[in-house]
Ligand binder design. Sequence first.
Ligand code: 5GP
Ligand code: ZN
Length: 143
Amino acid sequence: MTDDCIFCSIVAGDVPARTVYETDAVLAFLDANPLAPGHTLVIPKSHAARIEDLETDLAAAVFEAVADLTPRVQDAVDADAATVGINDGEAAGQEVPHVHAHVIPRFDDDGGAPIHAVAGDRPDLDSDDLDALADSIADATSA
Ligand code: 5GP
Ligand code: ZN
């Protein structure tokens, strides 16, 4: 619990929210400013600002909830699809510094875009660049 965190305040019951799912570790509630009907946020109950701050078990619990909830949210609003994503850090658009996965129902011809639309200009990378990047990421993740 972090006193000045709005999502911790929701977990504590100090700020109201339209809860749609709850386990010991995870809470999901409707986004107050939805991008689509049924737009749902899935959060770990304990405070973690960024994905890298999540303990492995908690990361698994959050994704389990996302996997469980996504089809149910879609069904509830009769959506055709869903976009699921996390803004991880300010540069990615994260405004609330408590990890949350967005489950956004999507509809045929809703005028939206795929997740590929969120990044800026595409980098110009050749095959050698891609090899080097893959090596560098593999080295970083094998530590
Ligand atoms: P972010 O930009 O951090 O990924 O998204 C934060 C999300 O939290 C936004 O979609 C915003 O509408 C939602 N949000 C911010 N404050 C509250 C709140 O007090 N209650 C609820 N239910 N959603 C909130
Ligand atoms: Zn918090």
